[in-house]
Design a protein around this ligand. Sequence first.
Ligand code: BGO
Length: 278
Amino acid sequence: LKEITVGLAGNPNSGKTSMFNNLTGARQHVGNWPGVTIEKKEGRHIRDDLVIRVVDLPGTYSLGAFSEDEAVARNYILSGEPDLVINIVDASNLERNLYLTVQLMEMGANVVIALNMFDEAEKKQIRIDLEAMAGILGVPVVPTVAVRNKGTSELVAAAVSAAGKGPGRAFTIDYGKEAEPGIAKLEAALTGVETVRHLPARWVAVKLLEGDEGIYGRVMQSPEAGEIIKLRDEVAAHIESVTGLDPESLFADRRYGFIGGLIRETVTRKSTAEDRLS
Ligand code: BGO
């Protein structure tokens, strides 16, 4: 019997628990994530000759290092244990939910998107071009209604297929001409730094510029810490002087800019009679 491991990631209230239950039924058990008091739910989905181990990650809006929930989710994704991440996205709240998606993709995770609450999106007359969205992001996008167990088998099929292929083309946000050369310099300087060697280099460079505590701490443990932090501070100062924004704010703006563009390209919202009256 072949086994694949899937992490379930999503914002709070995206329907993650409902989907976890659809996928695993009664084959669940609850434990704790190591070192923290956060509950870890795991279950199994059996499909033909395949066992899909499903690991529920804490519901989060982001994947910074500030909260334990976010740290648990991101460390698990970076651990290399999951073959794939199913990202439960609330289709009726795309802009907010896609912020997590973008972060998962920047980490190089092998992502499959479940566009959940598809019924709610339809009710709000939100029309989503699924193929266009999948094309722009470079990952499968499957509509689901977790509360009615709709789309689950299609999601499983997409997950099995994606797990066999591994992550597709690398996903990057363009942080602009003020930031990209500095990111590239930092990325180059980070190659060979043992304490972050197993992590995606561009992601580490971006996180370091954002002042991410977890990544900062890892870099500080390396012999090259002095020169890397010096370069990091120079690049950050340059970004701030030419854009007026610290790297963290600039990168967040750029991510939201990308998401805004994605939504413009793929979503049409038919105004209802009610909308037109107000
Ligand atoms: C309540 N469509 C719709 N319409 N609702 C959904 C869908 C979907 O596709 N998927 C989930 N829900 P969780 P997290 C509730 O609990 O799975 C609903 O946080 C209620 N509860 O049923 O818990 C789901 O794990 C009283 O709704 O999400 C749940 O990610 C009134 O979305 C909520 C109405 O789902 C969150 C809803 C006492």
